[in-house]
Ligand binder design. Structure first.
Ligand code: SAM
Length: 628
């Protein structure tokens, strides 16, 4: 199937072409050789992920968001890979290809291999391990060039650190010998294997191919390219490989219908050898299209090497076209088939070929007949095409044999024709069927590659989902931890709360008791801090001075609007507060809240703080109504 047919059948999306063009011409990643079906699917996926419903939207996104290009490249390059992917193929490669090559390798000459499209390195390390197992203690210089155009993948490959899932195909023995355990279940490829591999950024379509390699591994990459690009890459691979080199492709990649540059070694496992005498760019001729170079045995059982004159069968009974000429080239006899073919009538028997009419003259034979006559040797003319009416053509090979007399002199010439029309028709039919088969197998191949690609995409999506799932699980675990921490904090808070509540109750109780004591005293009690702020004001004070406890506590005593004669007690209080006097008693006159005169006996004592001395003063007031 041609590329355009493939595109049509795959649902060509012309609206995405501007995106393809932009990536190819402006971003240094020429994707025009990639299969459109896959390319479009990946593009559409990226557009959906980026929230761009149309190609125009996406072009704008590419223009405005500098990170988008990287995201797109990541989506287009599918990095799915495994250690020893398709184990039977790797076993075969090691046993049947690497072992003989390494066995014949001169010790001083480096063994060279190339893993093209190596993704995150598993394939290159699989190759290195396969070689290391065959060369214990040989110290053979080995260079495995491992390339990919995805720089992120190459960085991961260089780090050579893999999780447990990546090592599923690796036997326990290989894990122990070629990997070292890291914390967290990770494993790292050991140094002895790592130093065999040289990783590098390389675009298969643009950069010079690695040369003189013994083994070229390029798996599951050709499937992404269209047929023409695959052919170009295969030509480069042909150049890269040494004459005795092997090409190892992916499971879905068969070269049978694509390239004559390689011959299959184990086609089922996709292992090929370089075809040494093929020049890249030429297809070999179709087998079966050549004709036998010798005339077959005659159907009538006649020995064509013997002169016709010696045959017992008269010429009229011969099936094929046969002409008998005398030594001068005059027509002596013609078989019925020859008469029909050349439209020869009895009238022209005895004439030379030159004398025959243009229409009946077997002109194409003239040179051959003349040659045989002059040289007395047999001559041949092949693939003579003669019209036989109804627009049909007969195809024949002719042989002209000189007939000699007993003395060796030329007696005449036998012209014998071999009908090939049916064989030709059969060959043409064969070619047609072959082409059809090739087209069908091409279609099948495309579908298989398509399936393989979808599979890879699914695997990739699956891996993405697994990662997302793992992330979600980890977020979930974090949330659960946080919840547990919160629960524990909550429990602690509840305990603290209970303690506080108990303490508060105790305080309330003490307060109540204190209030009870203060209000039970038959005298006014005022406690002031040294800055004159009232700390306590008992019920007797409320009754005496008409100010409630809530209005008094926290106020400056000297500014309180009550009948207390502050001007008289200010100085004595200050003296006590400043420690000038240990205590003070005085008597004074005042006015209660109803305006009745009072006689007050006041005692001022210091409010002692155990550590800091005087913190204020306590004023005890005994009041009695003034007698009139
Ligand atoms: C599906 S992976 C195959 C990995 C490995 N060969 C295997 O079979 O396990 C295809 C790899 O080819 C790389 N690739 C795609 N186009 C490329 C190009 N033009 N040149 C080099 N590598 C390319 C991708 O980045 C990706 O890592």
């Amino acid at each position: 199937m041609s590329e355009s047919e493939e595109e049509l059948s795959a649902g060509h999306s012309p609206e995405l072409e501007p995106v393809v063009e932009k990536i190819s011409t402006e971003y240094g990643f020429d994707v025009r050789g990639y299969k459109r079906t896959t390319l479009y699917r990946r593009l559409q996926k990226r557009m959906a992920d980026a929230g761009c419903p149309t190609a125009e939207d996406y072009l704008v996104r590419l223009e405005t968001d500098p990170r988008e290009h990287g995201q797109l490249v990541n989506t287009l390059l599918i990095n799915v890979t495994e250690f020893f992917r398709d184990p039977p193929a790797w076993e075969y490669l090691q046993r049947e290809c690497l072992e003989p090559l390494l066995g014949a390798q001169p010790p001083e000459e480096p063994f060279r291999a190339w893993s093209a499209g190596c993704a995150t390195g598993e394939e290159a390390y699989s190759l290195a391990i396969s070689i290391a197992e065959l060369t214990p203690g040989r110290n053979l210089p080995v260079k495995i060039y491992a390339t990919d155009m995805d720089e992120g993948a190459i960085m991961a490959a260089r780090a050579a650190v893999y999780g447990p899932a990546a090592l599923e195909n690796v036997s326990q023995e290989r894990r122990e010998r070629f990997f070292e355990a890291l914390p967290g279940g990770q494993s790292r490829v050991r140094r002895e294997v790592r130093r065999m591999v040289i990783f590098g950024h390389h675009n298969l379509l643009e950069h010079t191919p690695i040369s003189r390699v013994h083994v070229l591994v390029c798996r599951n990459l050709l499937i992404y390219f269209d047929a023409e690009t695959q052919q170009q890459i295969l030509q480069r691979f042909h150049y890269s490989l040494r004459e005795d080199g092997f090409l190892f492709l992916g499971r879905a990649e068969t070269l049978m219908s694509r390239s004559s540059l390689f011959t299959p070694v184990e086609p089922r496992l996709r292992i090929f050898r370089k075809h040494p005498d093929r020049v890249p760019g030429r297809r070999p001729p179709l087998p079966g299209s050549r004709f036998p170079d010798r005339l077959p045995e005659r159907k009538d059982g006649m020995d064509s090497s013997r002169p016709a004159t010696e045959q017992a069968v008269p010429i009229e009974q011969i099936h094929g076209p046969v002409l008998l000429l005398d030594r001068d080239g005059a027509l002596v006899a013609a078989s019925p088939a020859a008469r029909e073919l050349f439209r020869i009538s009895d009238r022209v028997i005895g004439s030379t070929l030159a004398q025959l009419e243009e229409r009946t003259r077997p002109t194409v034979l003239r040179v051959a007949i003349e040659d045989a006559r002059v040289t007395a040797r047999a001559t041949r003319v092949e693939e003579v095409r003669l019209p036989v009416g109804d627009g049909k053509i007969a195809i024949l090979n002719f042989e002209v044999r000189p007939l000699t007399e007993a003395r060796g002199e030329l007696a005449g010439l036998l012209v014998w024709g071999q009908e090939l029309t049916r064989e030709y028709e059969a060959v043409e039919e064969l070619v047609r069927v072959r082409e059809e088969l090739e087209a069908v197998s091409e279609e099948l191949q495309t579908s298989r590659e398509e399936l393989e690609t979808i599979n890879e995409e699914l695997q990739s999506t699956n891996e993405e989902l697994e990662t997302t799932n793992e992330e979600l699980q980890s977020t979930n675990e974090e949330l659960e931890t946080t919840i547990e921490e919160l629960q524990s904090t909550n429990e602690e808070l509840e305990t603290t709360n209970d303690e506080l509540r108990a303490r508060q109750e105790a305080l309330n109780e003490r307060d109540r008791f204190q209030g009870m004591v203060l209000s039970s005293l038959q005298m006014g009690v005022v406690v002031v801090w040294s800055n004159w702020t009232i700390a306590s004001w008992n019920r007797t004070c409320e009754e005496l001075w008409g100010v409630r406890e809530a209005e008094a506590v926290g106020q400056n005593l000297l500014q309180l609007d009550s009948g207390m004669p502050f001007d008289q007690i200010r100085k004595p209080i200050l003296a006590v507060m400043q420690g000038e006097e240990p205590a003070r008693s005085l008597e004074l006159k005042a006015m209660n809240r109803r305006g009745r005169p009072l006689h007050c006996r006041v005692r001022i004592i210091p409010l002692q703080e155990p550590a800091n001395g005087t913190a204020g003063a306590m004023i005890l007031i005994e009041a009695a109504a003034e007698r009139a």
